[in-house]
Design a binder for this molecule. Structure first.
Ligand code: ZN
Length: 367
């Protein structure tokens, strides 16, 4: 699903995931019909959620940047955010500090609010919730709706606690992995952490199913997929460490000019039976792939220049290592990566060739 860019801060692009927008729309429609009086309080609560998730992610990012890790973007989801970094911190201390920063913000908010309401008695606060008498879910809901400060408190408490679940890709899973990797190394730690996460995911899934709690089921699936993805990245890295890629460099790739039209590019694709081509853009490179042509009306192909729609590619070096080149290709979905040596372009490494190397190496290296 897509996400929409809403701003930029400290070089980090901020994006709102489409599920967040759907949630806002759904809540507005449902409440407008069923309970119009709850509409404004719900939107305030949603705004608090948005703000808290955002600052939570910002705290991760600030610590990551201070460790020299580049943060590309923050994507905000209703259940939390994702900070996309260029690489994963492999040092256990770094991962621990980056992971703890987010929940720490949420708990700091919780304590700050408790401090404020106990210091300033004029602040509206549902004291009856804390009287020790058992509270029904309805009473809790009412308190969240009627007392904005309590809503903010609640949102941060849930975010803090939920994110500390010891399941990858949640912060708790990262903390768990970083503690493990102190003892047994990053790769083994990830294998164990991802198994534990899958167990948690299945448990949450069953609880959600039995309790007919759709949100819990969605979270369980999110954790399950996230955990196996983290594990896969590590398997790729482990397998490809030290593998020589110089033999699979295509040293004479066809390079299209950025002034060429889509129509011309397509006829070359057809003629060569290839679905992606390298495009020279200024001093760097980009690529054009058949999927990108699908989004543009056929009648516009002759007038559209490649330079307008080609996607930029990073120039990498063989010394970046086969693992990093492979994970870049996989995570970004690039068809190939241009390679330079001593400042000059020497060819491309194609995803399909990389995959063959990966399969062959994995066969030999399997334990
Ligand atoms: Zn977090």
């Amino acid at each position: 699903m897509r996400s929409f860019k809403i701003g930029k801060l400290m070089g980090i692009s901020l994006e709102l995931h489409s599920t967040f927008i759907w949630l806002i729309l759904l809540i507005i429609i449902f409440l407008a019909i069923l309970d119009p009086f709850a509409l404004i309080p719900s939107l305030i609560l949603l705004f608090f959620l948005f703000l808290s998730v955002f600052i939570h992610e910002l705290f991760h990012s600030i610590v990551a940047v201070s460790k020299g890790i580049k943060v590309e973007k923050i994507i905000l989801l209703p259940i939390g955010g994702i900070s996309l970094t260029e690489e994963m911190p492999e040092k256990a201390v770094d991962e621990f500090q980056i992971a703890i920063a987010g929940p720490l913000f949420n708990f700091a908010m919780v304590f700050l609010i408790v401090f404020l309401v106990s210091t300033f008695p004029f602040l509206p606060w549902p004291w009856h919730i804390f009287s020790g008498v058992e509270v029904t879910i309805e009473e809790l809901n009412n308190a969240i709706m009627l007392f904005p400060l309590f809503g903010l408190f609640w949102v941060n408490l849930i975010l803090g606690v939920f994110n500390l679940l010891p399941a990858l890709p949640l912060d708790g899973g990262r903390l768990f992995r970083s503690l493990l990797s102190w003892k047994i190394g990053f790769n083994k730690a990830t294998h164990i952490a991802s198994k534990v996460s899958s167990f948690f995911a299945i448990l949450l899934f069953l609880i959600g199913l039995l309790g007919a709690n759709i949100i819990l089921v969605i979270i369980a699936v999110f954790i399950y997929l996230g955990a196996s993805q983290e594990n896969e990245v590590v398997v790729v890295k482990e397998t490809l460490r030290g593998v020589d890629l110089s033999k699979i460099i295509n040293r004479k790739p066809i390079i299209l000019d950025s002034k060429m039209s889509l129509e011309e590019a397509f006829s070359i694709m057809e003629k060569r039976n290839k679905t992606a081509f390298l495009v020279k853009i200024g001093r760097g490179f980009g690529f054009i792939a058949v999927e990108m042509l699908k989004d543009i009306e056929r009648s516009k192909w002759p007038a559209t220049k490649l330079g307008k729609i080609a996607k930029k590619l990073p120039l990498m070096k063989l010394s970046d290592g086969s693992a990093k080149i492979m994970t870049t290709i996989l995570s970004k979905g690039y068809p190939f990566i241009p390679i330079r040596e001593k400042g000059a372009f020497i060819g491309i490494i194609e995803e399909s060739e990389m995959n063959k190397v990966y399969k062959l190496t994995k066969l030999i290296k399997r334990a």
